[in-house]
Design a protein around this ligand. Structure first.
Ligand code: ACO
Length: 311
C-alpha cells in the first residue's frame, strides 16, 4: 500500500519543484533523506582517511598542496551535508553517534587501503569519477537543501577527478616501474569503484521508492553503466587497461558490456568485514574523542555569550 502523502507534497513533486524543510512531507520521506544524506556526509569525512595518509608522503610540494586542498574539500562536503541533514531535524551529535556505533553506513569504497602513491591517482580518477556520475543527478534531487549542496560539491569533485587523472597520466607515461604502479592501482580500485553504485537494481531495497520521490533520478545499474561508458575511453587515453576481460563495446546497446561483479564482496564490506572497516571507525572515534575539548570550549563560550546578552 502506498504511504499517505500530503496533497501539497504531491503537488510539489508533480511540478518537479523542490521540497523545502518547512514544507509538509511524509515521515518516511524525511527518514529516507536523513539516511541517505547522513551516509553521504559520513562517506565524505571517512573518505579523508585513505588519502590523508599520503599528504606527508606526496612526491613533491605541488602534489602535496593539491592533495591537502582536496582532503580539506572533503571535510567541507561533509559539513554541507550534515547541515542539509540538520534541516530535517536530525542533530549533528546524533548522526555522528550513529556513524561511530555502526548504526549508519558510509561508502564501502573507503574501507580499502591506499598502498602506493598511484592509489591517490586511482581514487581521484575512479572513485571521484564514480561519485560525480552518482551525484550530478542529485543536483536535481527533490529535497532543496540536498540538491543545492550537491551543486558546489560536484564542481569540486570534477577538480578532484581531473587531478587523479593527471597523477595517473604522469605515472603511466613515466618509467616502466611507474607505469606498473599506476596499472596495479587501477587493477585494485576498478571493481570496488563499480560496487560504489550499490547493489544491482533487483536487490536494491530503496531504489523504487526513492525514484518515485525524485530523490534518486536514475537506478544503481543505470549509473554504473554510465560510469563504465565514460571511463573506458579515459583508460585508453591513459594507456592503462581495466582488469575485465569481458569488457567490450556492444553496438546494439550503444554501451560497453562488462563482466559480472562479485556482489558478495560489496555485502561483506557493508557488513563491516572489508579490509579496513575497524581501523577506519577506530580512527574516526579517536579523532572525535581527542576533539572533545574544542566542542566543550565552543559550548562554554556560547553559554557565556548568551548569559551576557540576557543581562
Ligand atoms: N557502500 C555502503 N553501503 C551501501 C552502498 C555502498 N557502496 N551501496 C548501497 N549501500 C547500502 C544502502 O545504504 C542501503 O543500506 P541502508 O538501508 O542501511 O541505508 C543498502 O545498501 C541497500 O542499497 P539501496 O537500496 O540501493 O540504497 P540506496 O537507494 O540508498 O542507494 C546509493 C545507495 C546509490 C549509495 C545512494 O544512497 C546514494 O546515491 N547516496 C548518495 C551518494 C553517496 O553517499 N556517495 C558516497 C560515496 S562518494 C564520495 O563521498 C566521494
Amino acid at each position: 500500500e502506498a504511504p499517505r502523502e500530503p496533497d501539497s507534497f504531491r503537488a510539489l513533486l508533480a511540478a518537479d519543484e523542490r521540497v523545502e524543510p518547512r514544507d509538509e512531507m511524509p515521515e518516511t520521506y524525511r527518514r529516507t533523506l536523513i539516511r541517505q544524506i547522513a551516509q553521504h556526509a559520513h562517506s565524505e569525512i571517512i573518505g579523508m582517511q585513505p588519502e590523508g595518509e599520503w599528504i606527508s608522503r606526496a612526491p613533491s610540494l605541488r602534489r602535496k598542496a593539491i592533495l591537502l586542498a582536496k582532503v580539506q574539500d572533503e571535510a567541507g562536503h561533509g559539513l554541507y551535508l550534515y547541515a542539509a541533514a540538520e534541516t530535517l531535524g536530525a542533530s549533528r551529535e546524533e548522526l555522528l553517534d550513529a556513524l561511530h556505533t555502526g548504526r549508519q553506513k558510509y561508502s564501502s569504497i573507503f574501507n580499502y587501503p591506499t598502498l602506493s602513491w598511484a592509489d591517490v591517482g586511482a581514487i581521484g580518477w575512479l572513485v571521484d569519477g564514480a561519485a560525480i556520475v552518482n551525484q550530478v543527478p542529485l543536483c536535481r534531487c527533490s529535497f532543496g537543501p540536498y540538491a543545492r549542496a550537491m551543486v558546489r560539491i560536484c564542481k569540486e569533485e570534477s577538480f578532484h577527478q581531473r587531478q587523479g587523472f593527471e597523477i595517473l597520466h604522469t605515472l603511466a607515461h613515466g618509467t616502466p616501474e611507474q607505469h606498473a604502479m599506476a596499472q596495479d592501482a587501477v587493477d585494485r580500485w576498478w571493481w570496488p569503484s563499480l560496487m560504489m553504485f550499490g547493489p544491482p537494481d533487483d536487490a536494491s531495497e530503496h531504489s523504487q521508492q526513492s525514484m518515485a520521490w525524485g530523490i534518486k533520478r536514475f537506478s544503481n545499474d543505470e549509473l554504473r553503466q554510465r560510469f563504465v561508458d565514460m571511463t573506458v575511453p579515459q583508460a585508453e587515453a591513459l594507456g592503462l587497461t581495466l582488469p575485465d576481460p569481458d569488457l567490450r563495446w556492444n553496438p546494439e546497446r550503444g554501451s560497453f558490456d562488462f563482466g559480472a561483479i562479485d556482489f558478495s564482496e560489496l555485502y561483506a564490506v557493508i557488513r563491516g568485514d572489508g579490509p579496513l572497516n575497524r581501523q577506519r571507525i577506530a580512527h574516526r572515534v579517536g579523532a572525535h574523542e581527542r576533539g572533545a575539548w574544542v566542542r566543550e570550549a565552543a559550548s562554554a563560550y556560547e553559554a557565556k555569550r548568551t548569559a551576557r546578552r540576557a543581562e
